[in-house]
Design a protein around this ligand. Structure first.
Ligand code: CA
Length: 387
């Protein structure tokens, strides 16, 4: 089965209200999908991490740099093709955009493999390891408004009302305002709901340590990206000083990047982003590395419902570590903020919010061969960013 075309599509829409994290406020949503077309009629779908103008650059990398290396190749030889691209372009991109572009293609090749075998991806990966996956609600993004703590408290109560038993909020306005935000959310949701806090690498370790001690008193379940990816020693110092788990890794790439994070005992929870780090082939190697170090994996998910579907399969096929009669299952991260790239763009909806509401916080396994996802191109056409 030969690859005869690789197509790359970017879509975007303006947000009703701008949303922020510690690095920026943004006012539009972007999605970048890749189609790999074979001579047997099977088409694989993938998604590339990278919003805004990054998606435009990644589209060019997919179409102009990677497609010429892959056209005419065996669509089932995804491992060989990964290394053909990575080794061939090593001098130009061991991290960053090249890997994000390669991720979308690799995910599409796994979709093709699942469709060719008529098996859902999680079975191809040797699962399922579980029948239900708990979901945490990601929301409480920063906004330029007075009284943000009250808004965060209201939003957190709404998410609990939707059935979520675990929530994640943004911080990043400075230690004092951050503590006020986290305190307001904790008071709003009580002690029975898990609360995670995400700083998106805006602090030095010196700043993050006292803030971390306060967050620990609030019973925060993990402190995500307290410091910059490159600050391995800062990560290590925080992980050693705090009882609260330190999470990170969404901005890391390939087995070699994660090797350094894990060998250095920088994180207590590792958060690989499959649409950025190199795709599913590379994700599996990172899971093996994480498990070799007994570090739990909690996938980073940020993107459309295509990436949600990919992660549902990966989480379904993620073995328990270390195992037992009452293991802690990995959670699906689900972004509850505004996006038109969720169920409306799918021919068969995932119904994440409906399942969370019906079950009190979890979802079942996806169906269908490969990723089990087909896009509604007519719907998406209205959001297309011209080449
Ligand atoms: Ca994050």
């Amino acid at each position: 089965m030969k690859i005869v075309a690789i197509r790359s599509h970017v879509f975007r829409h303006p947000l009703t209200h701008e949303l922020g994290y510690s690095q920026a406020y943004y006012s539009e949503r972007t999605a970048h999908f890749v189609e790999v077309v074979t001579d047997e009629g099977l088409i694989g779908l993938g998604e590339c991490f990278g919003a805004g103008t990054v998606a435009l650059a990644n589209r060019a990398i997919v179409e102009r740099t990677l497609a010429p290396l892959l056209l005419g190749e065996d669509a089932l030889a995804r491992e060989r093709l990964w290394h053909k691209v990575y080794n061939g372009l090593r001098d130009h991109g061991q991290k960053g955009l090249l890997l994000q572009a390669l991720s979308g293609i690799n995910i599409a090749l796994w979709d093709i493999a699942g469709k060719a075998a008529n098996l859902p991806l999680y079975r191809l990966l040797g699962g399922p390891c579980r029948q239900r996956i708990p979901v945490y609600g990601y929301g409480m993004m920063l906004r330029r408004e007075a009284g943000l703590a009250n808004s965060f408290a209201d939003e957190a109560r709404e998410l609990v009302g939707l059935g979520f038993r675990a929530l994640k909020m943004k911080i990043g306005l400075g230690p004092k305002p951050d503590l006020a935000l986290a305190t307001a959310v904790r008071q709003a949701i009580g002690d029975d709901i898990d609360l995670m806090v995400d700083a998106n690498r805006c602090y030095t370790a010196r700043e993050a340590l006292p803030l971390g001690r306060e967050l620990e008193r609030l019973g925060v379940a993990w402190f995500e990206e307290p410091v910059a990816n490159e600050d391995r020693q800062g990560y290590r110092d925080l992980a050693q000083a705090l009882d609260m788990p330190i999470a990170g890794g969404e901005g890391e790439f390939t087995r070699w990047g994660f090797r350094d994070l894990l060998e250095g005992r920088c994180v207590d929870l590792v958060q690989p982003e499959v649409c950025g780090l190199g795709g599913i082939s590379e994700y599996l190697k990172i899971v093996a590395l994480a498990h070799a170090h007994f570090v739990p994996v909690v996938n980073h998910v940020w993107g459309s419902n295509l990436s949600v579907a990919v992660n549902l399969h990966l989480l379904a096929a993620l073995p328990d570590l270390p195992g037992g009669i009452a293991p802690t299952p990995p959670m699906l991260e689900f972004d509850t903020t505004e996006s038109r790239f969720r169920d409306a763009m799918l021919q068969r909806p995932l119904r994440i919010l409906a399942q969370v509401r019906e079950s009190g916080g979890s979802v079942g396994l996806p169906e269908g061969p490969g990723l089990g996802v087909e896009l509604d191109w007519d719907y998406l056409r209205g959001y297309a960013v011209p080449a």
